[in-house]
Design a protein around this ligand. Structure first.
Ligand code: BG6
Length: 477
């Protein structure tokens, strides 16, 4: 058994980390445009307005807005079957609550999608990748207010209609399980996980967060229902940052804690979106905390009929859980944990664990039995450019080779895996730190953390490696 014949090989980027042109073509401000640069170990901040002299990485990003033709041609040269990207909501609805879309914003995505199709690359579109128009934050506190559901559905329906003949694969929200975490206030209020956001007037408490999360569930379900009406062939997925966890020790208390965290952090959101209902243990958790989710009549039915068609997830690292004090810490996307003594770490402290990917695929397929897709995976590293311009990123090749082998093992064991879009095929802005030097790409972009640089694109060694992987459908690694 190996990868399916039509396995979707490709890469994933996101609008605010790649496009730039933050105020071009009638685009409104997105929360991402108020986010400052951070660093390795230095948190990014939100400012209430754009401040003079402050660097906001999304404003120019890597100028995919102007360079998309060149970039897509390079993806095509590697043989991409799919490109995952997102639509920037505030390009289409600048304030968020307009009735009619901004035609100029749509034109840009017409061009990108047509360019992809001309190269035989299937677009996979995320509707909200850590993005929401600032207007919706200012007027409605984002998804804390139920009215935001309709604005989101109007946006989703607009782009579904526009691209119904061209786009088959969709994701409603990126890494929605951020909303379960204490620093995830913005996932639910404003769809952005890192940093404190000054514009909303709601408390960051569990009650508010879970209420807002409920609104995103309803928004996602309504979008799925609308999408399937527009084109029954649409394949719409959830997107979960699957933070696979192990108990640090076999102490039963560690094992139990790990089980409970896994449910709250990983499985809860996936269960709602894939099975269409709140898991019973989560309902009990809410009761024990005095949290009562306000629902409208029909909400539970909506969740049931708006289930997604497939489970999509990101996977970078694993973490350990322990009840014991004093364990050494490790880092990760969204959250860290206790350090696993058996694993190596990246320069940013994320623990590299290919076997964990096989484990995760088995775990997820066993639970959901729907097609799975890995829509983010990769290694952030500070690449060195040699004098002759070469970039020897053998560490990236090594990371990816092991993860592709791990997927293969899961497929051999019976998992229905339909595709793999590694994260950041072209270097782009880091979501966590805003840095440029945390690079994931096969394509190098000449740009520094402060935004200086020629933006010239060049190929790293991994470029030809991935081309070979795709051409051999994962056999030549
Ligand atoms: C995921 C996000 O959490 O991780 C991406 O969906 C992000 O937007 C990726 O870029 C890698 O994280 P980072 O912080 O290294 O950019």
């Amino acid at each position: 058994m190996s990868f399916k014949e039509n396995f979707l090989w490709g890469g994933a980027i996101a609008a605010n980390q790649a496009e730039g042109a933050y105020n071009v073509g009638g685009k409104g401000l997105s929360v991402a445009d108020l986010k400052t640069v951070g660093g390795n170990g230095k948190e990014r901040m939100f400012t209430p307005t754009i401040e003079e002299g402050v660097y906001y990485p999304s404003h120019n990003a890597i100028r995919f807005y102007d360079n998309y033709k060149e970039d897509i041609a390079l993806f095509a040269e590697m043989g991409f079957k799919v490109l995952r990207t997102s639509i920037n909501w505030s390009r289409i609805f600048p304030q968020g609550d307009e009735e009619l879309p901004n035609e100029e914003g749509l034109k840009f995505y017409d061009n990108v999608i047509d360019e992809l199709l001309a190269h035989g690359i299937e677009p996979l579109i995320t509707l909200s990748h850590f993005e929401i128009p600032v207007g919706l934050m200012e007027k409605y506190n984002g998804f804390a207010d139920r009215r935001t559901i309709d604005f989101y559905v109007n946006y989703a329906t607009t782009v579904f209609e526009r691209y119904k003949e061209k786009v088959k694969y969709w994701i409603t929200f990126n890494e929605l399980n951020f909303g379960t975490m204490s620093h995830g206030e913005l996932t639910v209020l404003g769809i952005h996980p890192h940093g404190k956001y000054p514009l909303h007037k709601m408390p960051n408490d569990e009650k508010t967060r879970f209420q807002a999360l409920h609104h995103t569930f309803i928004a996602s379900a309504k979008a799925v229902i609308a999408g399937h009406k527009i084109n029954p062939e649409f394949k719409i997925g959830c997107m979960i940052a699957h933070l696979s966890m192990y108990p640090l020790t076999p102490a039963p208390a560690d094992v139990l804690q790990c089980k409970e965290y896994d449910l709250l952090v990983n499985k809860f959101v996936g269960d709602v979106q894939v099975k269409g209902e709140y898991p019973p243990l989560i309902k009990r958790y809410f009761e024990s905390k005095g949290i009562e989710i306000q629902m409208e009549a029909g909400d539970l039915e909506l969740l049931k009929s708006g289930v997604v068609d497939m489970y999509k997830f990101s996977y970078y690292m694993t973490l350990c859980v322990t009840t014991q004090n004093g364990a050494e810490a490790s880092m990760g996307n969204l959250m860290g944990g206790a350090k696993n003594p058996y694993l190596e770490s990246s320069e940013w402290g994320w623990q590299v664990d290919p076997t964990g990917l096989t484990f995760t695929l088995l775990d997820l397929y066993d639970r959901y039995q729907v097609p799975l897709m890995v829509v983010e995976n990769g290694l952030g590293a500070d690449d060195k450019v040699e004098e002759n311009g070469a970039i020897h990123d053998d560490y990236r090749i090594e990371y990816m080779r092991k993860h592709v082998l791990a997927m293969k093992e899961a497929v051999e064991k019976g998992v229905d895996l339909i595709g793999y879009t590694m994260w950041g095929p072209i270097d782009l802005i880091s979501a966590g730190t805003g840095e440029m030097k945390k690079r994931y790409g096969f394509i190098y972009v000449d740009m520094n953390n402060d935004g200086t640089g020629s933006l010239k694109r060049s190929k790293k060694d991994s470029f030809d490696w991935y081309k070979k992987v795709i051409a051999s459908n994962g056999e030549e690694l």
